[in-house]
Write a protein that binds this ligand. Structure first.
Ligand code: GDP
Ligand code: MN
Length: 375
């Protein structure tokens, strides 16, 4: 789950990471009613979950009240896309740095990455001059030592009090990273002001979705999704991702679903979605089909399962229920395999579906149907 900049900055304020003075508004009229008493000049920052706002024109600068108003109206002109703005005092920047913590998949440990040259060109810098990126691995059981944090700041070229200050920021950042089960926590730019203080001008945090059950402070709402169907599936406990093809995929188990998507591509077809109803959701075939059918591009539904603990006959009951309720008008190709499959075949036959015994053949058949050739 991606937090908004203003949410992450609220966490920063709670642990003493310095942020610019700011105020969140939800509409242009808030500008008057919420009494935005920030010093001028200001920065007006769109609260969207995507990076690269600066380059996309979603960050504006204003040196007067009039310009503030203009920028606010301009950025709110599509309120369905941008529903909140963060107004901040504009910092007097001497230098923009980059500071982040993520998980290193190779060592499965937190990894600090920092760079003395941060800001909007960080990707280019990392590509052209990888040696400029300072890296520090953290032993997850020991945590981040103050000496390590100071070392990172020294390697960034900071001096004197700034090392102490930068290390305090990093230690607090790591604390947040762990206590909120973050996958990514990033300050870009970490600004050094003309007066020489360090301030987090931007803030980005992704929380591991698998930890949301214990991160009750944050709830995934519609604005965390790009798509109505993806949100609907999430609420039903199903994993759905929309693609632009025409084969509606329904599979039990993420691994099998990925394999089926690969097979579809291999045989020249195009999946319309990723949709997985395995694991705890294996009784949810009816809801899964309901969602798969809602995409108007879908020409054929391909159901594949390989049930061991998630029994094939239970899955088949869900599919049979779905067929009775939804009466799909497009062809259904199924290979419902696994524990209890003989029973599953019978259940499906009763609703007019002949389950195939070879998963690859089922994929081929779906590809042929979607392409409009006779199966
Ligand atoms: P992003 O492009 O989505 O990462 O948005 P940022 O919050 O990082 O803003 C993009 C750029 O705007 C930064 O790299 C800065 O150059 C500039 N910027 C952001 N906040 C301030 C500020 O308070 N003062 C000044 N002078 N520039 C800012
Ligand atoms: Mn940024």
């Amino acid at each position: 789950m991606k937090l908004y900049e203003y949410q992450t900055k609220e966490l920063f304020q709670q642990v003493g990471i310095p942020t610019p003075k700011g105020k969140v508004i939800g509409s242009a009229s808030d500008l008057e009613s919420a009494k935005v008493d920030l010093p001028l000049p200001r920065v007006i920052k769109s609260q969207v979950r995507k990076g690269g706002r600066g380059k996309a024109g979603l960050i504006q600068f204003a040196s007067t009240e009039e310009e503030t108003k203009e920028a606010v109206h301009h950025l709110f002109r599509h309120p369905e896309k941008i529903s909140k703005l963060l107004l901040e005092e504009r910092l007097d920047i001497k230098k923009e740095m980059f500071l982040s913590i993520t998980i290193d998949p190779k060592t499965s440990s937190p990894l600090i990455m920092a760079c003395a040259e941060g800001g909007m060109e960080i990707e280019e810098i990392a590509n052209l001059f990888p040696g400029m990126i300072v890296q520090e691995r953290v032993d997850i059981f020991r945590g981040l030592g103050n000496f390590q944090a100071r070392d990172v700041m020294c390697r960034l070229g900071l001096q004197g009090q700034q090392i102490t200050h930068g290390a305090q920021i990093l230690v607090q950042l790591y604390r947040l990273f762990r206590s909120f089960d973050a996958e990514l926590l990033e300050i870009n730019p970490l600004v050094m002001t003309r007066e020489g203080t360090l301030v987090a001008a931007d803030a980005k945090m992704n929380i591991d979705d698998n930890a949301l059950f214990r991160q009750k402070r944050f709830v995934k709402s519609r604005d965390q999704f790009d798509d109505d169907l993806e949100f609907e599936a999430f609420q039903e406990g199903l994993h759905y991702i929309r693609f632009d093809g025409d084969i509606g995929v329904m599979s039990a188990g993420a691994g099998l679903t990925m394999t089926i998507m690969d097979l579809i591509k291999h045989f020249g077809g195009h999946p319309a979605n990723f949709l997985e109803f395995g694991g705890a959701a294996y009784g949810r075939a009816a809801k899964a089909m309901d969602i798969a059918l809602k995409n108007p591009k879908v020409k054929v539904i391909l159901i594949t399962t390989f049930g061991l603990i998630a029994r094939a006959d239970v899955i088949a009951q869900g599919i049979a229920q779905a067929i009775k309720e939804l009466k799909p008008k497009i062809p259904i190709v199924a290979a419902v395999r696994g524990t209890g499959e003989e029973e599953a075949f019978k259940i499906l036959e009763d609703v007019g579906i002949e389950s195939m015994r070879d998963t690859e053949e089922a994929v081929k058949k779906a590809v042929v149907i979607a392409a409009g050739r006779a199966p």
